[in-house]
Ligand binder design. Structure first.
Ligand SMILES: [Zn+2]
Length: 108
């Protein structure tokens, strides 16, 4: 693994580690084949970030850790969401999800 990749991976591992909220029922719906910026295959990745695909950009994408580290390093509601791939290949939301109050509104 390249040093840049390891650095990016550690960054998001740390975010997942310190996140205090959980969203057990939230997952990414749909297939993600490649990173929207660098086209890296996502099938073997641990993390995926749903966030701005460029600095201050309005377009969001499914990003690998390296690209996310560059264009959307901070994870949070309204900023970017961090997903981790489960053993079954499902991207589960692990950080930056909607605050509890919003969930209450959404689901009544
Ligand atoms: Zn990428």
């Amino acid at each position: 693994m390249k040093a840049k990749y390891v650095e990016a991976l550690k960054h998001f591992e740390q975010i997942a580690k310190v996140e205090t909220s959980t969203w057990p029922d939230e997952q990414w719906h749909g297939d993600i084949e490649n990173c929207d910026i660098c086209s890296r295959p996502m099938a073997d990745e641990t993390f995926m970030v749903d966030g701005p695909a460029s600095k201050g950009g309005f377009e969001w994408g499914n990003l690998c850790v390296v690209c996310a580290y560059k264009s959307s390093p901070s994870v949070g509601w309204g900023k970017a969401q961090l997903y981790r791939r489960s053993e079954e290949g499902i991207w589960k939301l692990v950080a930056g999800g909607p605050p509890a109050e919003d969930m209450m509104d959404e689901y009544g």
